[in-house]
Design a protein around this ligand. Structure first.
Ligand code: IYR
Length: 233
């Protein structure tokens, strides 16, 4: 496991230092055209559960993670860690542990109502995507900041911040031509153990990244229309 940069130090208690922000304003017609194109491209995104083992361009994945890390966050604490897992042996261990939990879930822990909600998605306890996809991004929330001396500092709005970052990650991956799955094995405690994460980090999602398998299928789902999700006042 490698981290190349020096450790981030938070800026608790530092003064407010406003700096100018004057991005060039996009002409309205360009905004409309950009938004329409983005909408069309994002409407084509699908969650993929059947991956090709073909490798993906690593720089595209690193850039997508960098995009995710531009997300806004509570008190700008950026309470996230992205663990990029390519090692097949580590992926095998994650799959084994995830499937052990999922078997318990699908064999009854979820309950009938939950299982019936999942039926149209066709999911089950077999998590081949963990070892089929060429890489996984395991996202961790930093529930609090761990000082070098072991003391802790609070983090704020961690769920919201990491949720926004993951949304931006999925968008960046899709717009870079890569397929992904938001997988939430439950419970996820084993991820911190397998990946040897510090005690302030809690697993949030496992995101296999790759290309769809040649024979990939996805469930036939209906998205809500704009009218169905929009209320105007
Ligand atoms: N975590 C399980 C079950 C599951 C739950 C929901 I909500 C989903 O949208 C999909 C799956 C699993 O990964 O199979």
């Amino acid at each position: 496991m490698t981290t190349t940069e020096e450790r981030w130090t938070p800026n608790y208690g530092e003064p407010y230092v406003p700096v100018p922000y004057r991005p060039a304003r996009m002409p309205a017609d360009e905004s409309v055209a950009e938004a329409a194109e983005l909408r069309e491209r994002m409407e084509a995104r699908r969650t993929v559960r059947m991956f090709s083992p073909d490798p993906v361009p690593e720089q595209a994945v690193l850039d997508a993670i960098a995009v995710a890390s531009t997300a806004p966050s509570g008190a700008h604490q950026q309470p996230w860690t992205f663990v990029l897992v390519e090692d097949p042996e580590v992926r095998r261990r994650i799959r084994e542990a995830a499937e052990a939990e999922e078997r318990i879930s699908y064999d009854g822990r979820l309950g009938d109502e939950w299982l019936s909600a999942l039926r149209p998605l066709g999911t089950d306890a077999v998590k081949a995507h963990i070892t089929d996809a060429p890489c996984l991004i395991v996202v961790f929330q930093q529930r609090f900041y761990l000082e070098d001396d072991g003391s802790i500092r609070k983090h704020y709005y961690v769920d919201e911040s990491v949720g926004i970052a993951v949304g931006m990650l999925l968008t960046a991956l899709h717009l870079s031509g890569l397929a992904a799955l938001t997988h939430t094995p439950s419970p996820m405690k084993f991820l911190g153990e397998v990946l040897d994460r510090p005690r302030n980090e809690k697993a949030f999602a496992v995101i296999p990244v790759g290309y769809p398998a040649d024979d990939c299928v996805v469930p036939s789902l209906r998205r809500k229309t704009l009218d169905q999700v929009l209320v105007r006042v």
